[in-house]
Design a protein around this ligand. Structure first.
Ligand code: ADP
Ligand code: MG
Ligand code: MG
Length: 213
């Protein structure tokens, strides 16, 4: 039912906060190479703000969709920064694929994830090759859709997509940045992966593990 679904979403938000805290220093360090070094902090502020908003929504008896809308708004407000606005928009877009009244089935979960990645692209205007989180998010969404069509299994599909996202995030080390703050120091980022791509892959890996647990 809808309670089950909202509680599941909340567990995922709590998980995201845990993962962001665990990797805060590393994400800050790779952002400092060609950016302003605040990506770890931004992800912790955003994910903890989202988790907090989710807890409050759950207490009020909110359904999955409403909970995720509140979480998305809180993520962008708490994080500030480019990635905060993008993650907030992603959560809000994912919410639109969910229902407040019914539980979330696997097909809806896939739709929600694909909608989230579409929202990142729409808001940020970045394409693959610009050295942003899109370099992990686009292959993630592609693999997710392909795998789900093939096996109709959410856990297997998200896991495969997360593996692809992780490899793609690592490959951004070979690119120089063209967008965001890092554009000024684009060449400096050669040899270091894009922080937003790395954090995206970390969160999707955690999501895959959660679905399999
Ligand atoms: P800020 O750049 O405001 O300090 P963060 O450090 O939190 O924000 O996030 C930086 C990350 O945001 C980059 O590593 C990149 O992945 C992502 N990013 C920046 N601009 C864009 C964009 N236009 N589209 C998609 N992602 C972007
Ligand atoms: Mg930054
Ligand atoms: Mg910043």
């Amino acid at each position: 039912d809808s309670r089950r679904s909202a509680a599941d979403i909340q567990q995922i938000l709590e998980l995201f906060e845990t993962v962001c805290r665990r990797h805060e220093d590393h994400l800050g360090q790779i952002d400092a190479v060609a950016g302003d070094g605040d990506h770890g902090q931004g992800m912790v502020l955003g994910s903890s703000g989202a988790a907090e908003a989710g807890r409050r929504a759950l207490q009020r008896g909110a359904g999955a969709r409403t909970l995720l809308v509140h979480a998305g708004t809180a993520w962008s407000e708490s994080a500030g920064g480019t990635s905060g606005a993008l993650w907030g928009a992603a959560l809000t877009a994912a919410a639109a694929a969910l229902s407040d009244e019914q539980g979330t089935d696997d097909a809806q979960a896939v739709q929600a994830l694909v909608a989230a990645v579409d929202a990142l692209g729409r808001l940020g205007g970045a394409s693959e090759g610009d050295k942003t989180m899109m370099d992990a998010a686009v292959p993630f969404a592609q693999t997710l859709e392909q795998e789900y069509q093939r096996c109709q299994e959410l856990f297997a599909s998200v896991s495969a997509a997360a593996v692809r996202a992780k490899a793609a995030a690592e490959q951004t080390a070979e690119m120089s940045a063209r967008l965001g703050r890092a554009r000024v120091l684009g060449e400096k980022s050669l040899g270091t992966p894009d922080p937003g791509a790395v954090s995206f892959a970390l969160l999707m890996e955690a999501l895959g593990d959660h679905l399999g647990a």
